[in-house]
Structures are given as structure tokens and as C-alpha cells.
Design a protein around this ligand. Structure first.
Ligand code: NAD
Length: 497
């Protein structure tokens, strides 16, 4: 008998009325570890009503109280990170060290949110007119909705809810139904940290629950992370329903290697950023753009490193775990056939990998494909797996044009020892996050995370300063305290004086 994971509403488990469930796998075994409920429209409404009821008191709680909850949550998360890392490895498949890294990067946002008293400061100008002051304040929005993807079941929700809650909002989170348990674990931890019931709620589900959030009149904003087609749908639908929306989409991240780069550093970086988390990172490097004549040497160095990588159950100290589902594994593996059909050279084929894990695990080994035509689906599609492509170009300009021609603009990196070239690249490239000799340039928690083009719909990035603006409404107050108290009649529009 597998157990069924419930929603979390008003500080307690909530089964709701739905009879639909979905399987949650242990991808290293290929077996179902539990089922998760898929919420109905009415279940989502119950969660939204709980969040709505909690809003007046929470938004009026002192900033010091809200800050104290964040400090307590940060301490609990740090003390018990091994617990959530184990959940991540069990349901996502990522190796333990990577799961702990995910928690650490998410915790940065909690740490940022502990600074909420400073972050909520408004502005004031006195005497804009004689005896008149103008100041601005930031106030919470109300109930905010968060919809997250499978690849970072803890970190992506953490990109949003700490700042949302610290700013005085109440939350309904709809995590990925593929690995939903970390969200419930965090909900329980928030309660332990002293968060009042109803401030943070979790509903599990699929399109039905997402649409219910997008259409709910009591949801003020939507923060989404996932694939580009869904991000676009979320942006359009939530906007049409009058909500503030930020929708982060997919990616195809290029690493541009100039001939003067340190090729050992490049090879290490390409392997780490290409195959870490089995390539299921929105900031994974999926294309190495080699400016000739470096390609042959670089491929030799990458191949040598790949031969030492171990694949298996994430709890066994391997370098790389399985993919999230059998369907996704098969889809990713299918791109290797596409590459061959399109005339590319498969240098390392991960399909025959010997994994240290279950016989039915969703395994695909690290794969390297050279001479990928830029017209091939292997180049133009987001593969989201351990498949690294190499495209050879003759010049910096040719490489830059490729990157800027991509529909995506999430992350990119340049590897060079030429400061002038690096400076030029970071100015000329049309990508939101740029690494210089750094392959995965995920900004620290006090900057903001987000791409350009089809990698982000809306104008607000995740976490950092953008998130404070996203999760608050600014109010400008013009105030006059008269002494003596009189005004006089003047029907004209007020002017300075
Ligand atoms: P996904 O788009 O399939 O799902 C994301 C969320 O949307 C899930 O909660 C899912 O339940 C929901 N959803 C799925 N189909 C839907 C539909 N038709 N209507 C309404 N809701 C729907 O993405 P995923 O496979 O879970 O995650 C991988 C994708 O996320 C990749 O494309 C990756 O690049 C992207 N991603 C982007 C970032 C970023 O910061 N830009 C970060 C992480 C992941």
C-alpha cells in the first residue's frame, strides 16, 4: 500500500475532495514511492480562503515578528537540511551533495528575507510645499500564488515565499506533482518556526489546480517557474485575470570558449555544468561554443573527465543520479538518435550506462555530441538532460551571434583570459545572467535571478530586490498638518508653493 500525500491548509494536512491522484516515483528504483492528491477547483478555493483569512492579522503583525519567524525558519532549515536533502534525493534523484547545495542556495533567500525591516523602508521628502510632506510605503499584496517545477522542489519555492511572507503576504504554493514532499516538509517547518496557521498553504495538483489559482479573484499575484510554453500561458492567463505575474521559463545555455581560455578549467566547468543534477537545471550548460582551433583539444579533455563520472542512486556517493521519469528519460535519449540522423558526431553515448542503482531506474549516462548542426532539434530544443552539445565556430562574433539568436536568454558564460573580450561579451550578449569564467552564474540571494527573452515573461525577476517590489504595492502619501488649522477655498489643482 502506498500512502497518499495530502495538501497543507491552515497549518494542517488537508485531504480535500478530489479522487484523483498521481504517482510519485523514486527515480533511482523506477518504482512508485507514494501517491499525491491532485486538487479540485474547490480544494484550491479552500486553500485560498485560508490564506485570505490569515492575511489581515499577518499583514498587521509587526515587522519584528515577521523577521523573527524568518530567523527561526532559517535556523531550523540549517539544522535539519539533511532531512529535506534526503527527500529531494528520494523523489528527484539528485545526489545528496547536490540536494544539500539546493537547500543552501534556497536558504540564501531566507537570509535575505530576515533583512525585511531594511527592505521595506520607503522614502520621504519633507516640505515639498510649505508644511507638506510626501512619503512612500510598501504594503503587502494579499494572497500570492506560487507554482514551481520539478527540478528544484525546495529551492524554487524558497526563491519566492520567504520574501512574500516577510513582506506580510499569505501564500498558496502549488509545487510540482512529480516531487511534492519537500513543500510539505517546509510547511511543517514554517509552523515550527512560529508562522501562524493559514499564512503558508500548499495544494498539490496539475493543470486543474493551476488554472484555479490563475482564475481565482482572491489571488493577487502569480510567481511561476517552469517550461517556456507553460510560462507563456501562465503569464497571459494570469495577466488577463488582472494579476501581477512573473513567469520564468526554459533555457538553452551556451558556454563560449575563446582560444586563449584555460582549457582544463573549461573542461572541468563544462562537465560540472553540463551533467550536474543530470542536466536538469535551468542554468545547466547545454551547448559548448568552441572558437577554433580549441575544439579538438577541449573535446579530448571533456571526454577524459567524463570517463571518470559515476552514475547511480544519489545516496551512494555517485556523481550523477537518474532522470525524473521514464518518459523524460526516453525523450532525452531520443535526442541522441536525432543527432545521428542530423549528421552530428556522438562522442560519448550515455544510453548504455552501468548505473549503481535499481535495474528499473530512469538512467541515462552523460552524453557528448560534437558538430551539432544549429538547424538540428538537438541545438534548438531545450533537452533538459545530461546531453552536452559542441558547436564549432570560427570567431567570437560568430559565437555571439549564435547565442543572441537563441529564443532563450537565461544564462551564459564566456571562458577567456582576455579581459577586454570578456567585458565586450557581458555588454553585447542578450542574456539575463552572465558568467565570466564561471559556468553557472546563479546570482547570490541579494541580487535577483531571471533571464531575458523567452526565459522570463514579466518584468520582475525572482528573489533579491526585484522580489521586494514584486511582493509589495507602493503607496505615496501626501500629508499636511496645519497650524493653525485652516485651508481656504481654492478650486485649482494643487501646486507647489
Ligand atoms: P513544467 O512547465 O512542465 O511544470 C511547471 C509547473 O507547471 C508544475 O507545477 C506543473 O504542475 C505545472 N504545469 C505543467 N503543465 C501545465 C499546464 N498545461 N497548465 C498549467 N500548469 C501546468 O516544468 P517542469 O518540467 O516541472 O520543469 C522543468 C522546466 O522548468 C524546464 O523547462 C526548466 O528550464 C524550467 N526551469 C526554469 C527555471 C528558471 O529560472 N528560468 C528554473 C527551473 C526550471
Amino acid at each position: 500500500m502506498t500512502d497518499i500525500l495530502d495538501h497543507w491548509v491552515s497549518g494542517a494536512s488537508f485531504a480535500g475532495a478530489s479522487t484523483r491522484t498521481a504517482p510519485v516515483y523514486n527515480p533511482a528504483e523506477g518504482s512508485v514511492s507514494r501517491e499525491v492528491r491532485l486538487a479540485t477547483v474547490a480544494d484550491v478555493d479552500t486553500a485560498v480562503q485560508a490564506a485570505k483569512a490569515a492575511f489581515p492579522e499577518w499583514s498587521e503583525a509587526s515587522v519584528a515578528k515577521r523577521q523573527a519567524v524568518m530567523f527561526a525558519f532559517r535556523e531550523l532549515l540549517n539544522a535539519r537540511k539533511d532531512e529535506v536533502a534526503a527527500i529531494l534525493t528520494n523523489e528527484h534523484g539528485k545526489v545528496t551533495s547536490d540536494a544539500l547545495g539546493e537547500v543552501a542556495r534556497g536558504m540564501e533567500v531566507v537570509e535575505f528575507a530576515t533583512g525585511i525591516p531594511h527592505l521595506l523602508k520607503g522614502e520621504i521628502v519633507q516640505n515639498v510645499s510649505t508644511g507638506v510632506d510626501v512619503y512612500s510605503v510598501k504594503q503587502a499584496l494579499g494572497v500570492v500564488g506560487i507554482i514551481s517545477p520539478f527540478n528544484f522542489p525546495a529551492m524554487v519555492p524558497l526563491w519566492f515565499f520567504p520574501v512574500a511572507i516577510a513582506a506580510g503576504n499569505t501564500v498558496v504554493l502549488k509545487p510540482s506533482e512529480k516531487d511534492p514532499s519537500a513543500a510539505i516538509w517546509m510547511a511543517q517547518l514554517l509552523k515550527e518556526a512560529g508562522l501562524p496557521d493559514g499564512v503558508f498553504n500548499v495544494v498539490h495538483g496539475d493543470k486543474e489546480s493551476v488554472d484555479a489559482l490563475l482564475e481565482h479573484p482572491d489571488v493577487a499575484s502569480i510567481s511561476f517557474v517552469g517550461s517556456t510554453p507553460i510560462a507563456k500561458y501562465i503569464y497571459e492567463t494570469a495577466s488577463k485575470n488582472g494579476k501581477r505575474v512573473q513567469a520564468l521559463g526554459g533555457a538553452k545555455n551556451h558556454m563560449l570558449v575563446l582560444p586563449d581560455a584555460d582549457l582544463d578549467l573549461v573542461a572541468d566547468s563544462a562537465v560540472n555544468a553540463g551533467f550536474g543534477s543530470a542536466g536538469e537545471r535551468c542554468m545547466a550548460i547545454s551547448v559548448v561554443v568552441a572558437v577554433e582551433p580549441v575544439a579538438d583539444d577541449l573535446i579530448a579533455k571533456i571526454t577524459e573527465r567524463m570517463s571518470g563520472l559515476t552514475v547511480g542512486d544519489g545516496t551512494k556517493g555517485c556523481d550523477m543520479g537518474p532522470l525524473i521519469t521514464k518518459e523524460h528519460r526516453d525523450k532525452v535519449a531520443g535526442y541522441i538518435d536525432v543527432a545521428i540522423a542530423d549528421g552530428a558526431e556522438v562522442v560519448v553515448d550515455g544510453r548504455g550506462v552501468k548505473a549503481d542503482g535499481g535495474a528499473n531506474g530512469f538512467w541515462l549516462g552523460p552524453t557528448l555530441i560534437d558538430k551539432v548542426p544549429t538547424t538540428s532539434d538537438v541545438y534548438t530544443h531545450e533537452i533538459f538532460g545530461p546531453v552536452l552539445s559542441v558547436v564549432r565556430v570560427k570567431t567570437y562574433e560568430e559565437g555571439l551571434a549564435l547565442i543572441n539568436g537563441s529564443q532563450y536568454g537565461n544564462g551564459t558564460a564566456i571562458f577567456t583570459n582576455d579581459g577586454g573580450a570578456a567585458r565586450r561579451f557581458q555588454r553585447e550578449v542578450t542574456v539575463g545572467m552572465v558568467g565570466i569564467n564561471v559556468p553557472i552564474p546563479v546570482p547570490v540571494g541579494y541580487f535577483s535571478f531571471g533571464g531575458w527573452k523567452d526565459s522570463l515573461f514579466g518584468d520582475a525577476k525572482a528573489y533579491g530586490p526585484h522580489s521586494v517590489n514584486f511582493f509589495t504595492r507602493e503607496k505615496a502619501v501626501t500629508s499636511r498638518w496645519l497650524d493653525p488649522s485652516h485651508g481656504g477655498i481654492n478650486l485649482g489643482f494643487p501646486q507647489n508653493g
